[in-house]
Design a protein around this ligand. Sequence first.
Ligand SMILES: [Zn+2]
Length: 248
Amino acid sequence: MNIRYRVYDFLLSDPRKQQCHEVLMARNSYYQALDRVEQKEFVLRTLIFLRSVNIHSEHGFFVSREMEILLGSAFVQITLGLKRDVLTYFKRIFIFSKPYSYKNMNTLFNGDVNPITGSINLSWPAIEQGFIVPTEGVNLAIHEFGHCLILENNYCNFLRHILHPKQLKSWERLALKQLVRIRQGRSTLFRRYAGTNLMELFAVALENFFEKPYALYAENPEMYKNMCMLLKQDPRDPAKPTQFHHFM
Ligand SMILES: [Zn+2]
């Protein structure tokens, strides 16, 4: 564990860490499979992440600590292999009790991110559902945090990037081909919506990467390997995803 996490480990109280561990053991299957060493860092990262954001909710809808931990765990899952463990631009998270809509729009949303206000909006039932069924390749929180990661990465200058520029370039190259495959109905894995644009494809690819790693590898091994390099982890090794050696 690096020095930053050792300091946090010292500063954060045991009951806080224990509570976080218990919630994640009960509700996040990715966490359940980790070995003790990775779990320890995961808990610290979750608590650090939650301290860095402001979570608000619809009037009359109470967001418990347990709900916050579950939501935060999606961000930690995506970034466990990366240096970056917080969002610096998207700091405001707003949680609705059910799908919501915007003025003059008929569509109902489960989640969206607003790059102008730096906020993430999510509907609680959809967040929860993503963790209840962790193998169907649909996880709203992972999806929306995926958008945040790409957007923040674009705002960062070259030296402070979150994702390696070269790896990201290769991802885009592979994704352009995958986009055509999806639009032509030739993907058995990706849902149609992923064919909207590269931004949506990235978010859906993340959902598949974590929830259906073998299926993603089978459909597009190049993209799967590239995402392992990009995120510095391999979910096919659930106990030690960040120490991947599969194809090194
Ligand atoms: Zn999206």
